[in-house]
Each structure stands twice: as structure tokens, then as C-alpha cells.
Ligand binder design. Structure first.
Ligand SMILES: Cc1cc2nc3c(=O)[nH]c(=O)nc-3n(C[C@H](O)[C@H](O)[C@H](O)COP(=O)(O)O)c2cc1C
Length: 160
């Protein structure tokens, strides 16, 4: 089984999660940053889509990629993960529903939330303002959920 992990990121945590996931996968997996390069889906049996949430939305590049390739994606095995600050499972589910087509979520073998990273110093001024207003501090945090990544990978490994 050949796996593609296709991701979009603004500040890198979705890419870090992709690397951590790849390490846990038993099958051959290739990581592609959709902002850097296009991808030929024909080569893959299993496609894992990873993106991060900003003001409720994933990157436009991921949305466009899914729209353009929906029919091909629907013919593959699919899994989806998000990087997001949201901890509430009900709200996390809403984030998935809001950002991915119903048809894709319906066939997804696994959906996961892998936590979040905020590198306050790296953010532009207006993002700093938003984060400050939400968390009432200018501290950075790194909460990548290694267990969630392992559980997600185990489910996929179990399907191979
Ligand atoms: C300006 C800003 C807005 C954000 N908005 C949301 C949000 O609406 N919901 C959420 O769950 N997380 C939100 N986050 C958290 C990000 O999804 C999280 O930091 C993620 O790890 C970023 O991924 P990236 O490094 O791949 O870009 C926000 C973060 C920033 C900096």
C-alpha cells in the first residue's frame, strides 16, 4: 500500500505532524506540501489530508485541492487530520464538517485532531492580536498530541 500525506500549513506544525505520522506508519508513505507542489494521485492507494485551522477555516490551497480532485479522492482510502487549538470533541467534529466535503468524510477511515502549536514570536502583528485576545497572554505553546498521532497511525496500519 502506497500512502500520500498531503498537507497545508501556515507555520509548520501540520508539517511536523506529517513527519511524526510518517514515522508511525508501516506502509511506504510520501509527504507532500500542497503549497509547494502539485501531486499525481494515481500513484497512491491511501491519501491522508492534513491542514490547520485559522478562524475556523483550513488553508484555501487544501480546499481547492480537494475540490479539483474530489472524484479521484473518492476512489481512494482516505484519512483526515487537523491541527487546531480546539479541544472540545464536539467542536472538533464541527471543524471537520465545516471544512471537508460530506462525501469525503463519509468514506474517511480515520479523522484526527493532533493538537496545536503557537509560536507567538513568529506571528504577524494582527495574528498576535487575535491570539492575545483569545488566550490573554503572549506565550507560545507546543501541544502536538503524540498519542493521537499514534492511535491514528495504528488504525491505518491495521487496514494494510
Ligand atoms: C491567528 C490564529 C487563529 C487561529 N484560529 C483557530 C481557530 O479558529 N480554531 C482552532 O481550533 N485553532 C485556531 N488556531 C490554532 C492553529 O490552528 C494552530 O496554532 C495550528 O497548530 C497551526 O498550524 P500550522 O503551524 O500548521 O499553521 C489559530 C491560530 C492562530 C495563530
Amino acid at each position: 500500500m502506497k500512502i500520500l500525506i498531503a498537507f497545508t500549513t501556515n507555520y509548520g506544525s501540520t508539517a511536523t505532524a506529517a513527519e511524526m505520522l510518517k514515522v508511525q506508519l508501516k506502509a511506504d508513505a510520501e509527504i507532500v506540501d500542497l503549497k509547494e507542489t502539485d501531486v499525481d494521485l494515481e500513484k497512491y492507494d491511501f491519501v491522508i489530508l492534513g491542514a490547520s485551522i485559522y478562524a475556523g477555516r483550513i488553508q484555501k490551497k487544501m480546499t481547492t485541492f480537494i475540490e479539483r480532485n474530489l472524484q479521484k479522492l473518492l476512489s481512494k482510502k482516505i484519512a483526515v487530520y487537523l491541527m487546531a487549538g480546539e479541544n472540545n470533541p464536539g467542536e472538533q467534529e464541527k471543524q471537520l464538517i465545516k471544512n471537508f466535503p460530506e462525501s469525503l468524510l463519509k468514506i474517511a477511515s480515520v479523522c484526527g485532531h493532533f493538537g496545536d502549536v503557537i509560536n507567538f514570536g513568529k506571528l504577524p502583528f494582527y495574528f498576535k492580536m487575535i491570539v492575545f485576545l483569545i488566550q490573554r497572554s503572549s506565550s507560545s505553546r507546543s501541544n502536538i498530541d503524540e498519542k493521537a498521532i499514534k492511535d491514528f497511525a495504528d488504525k491505518i496500519n491495521g487496514m494494510a
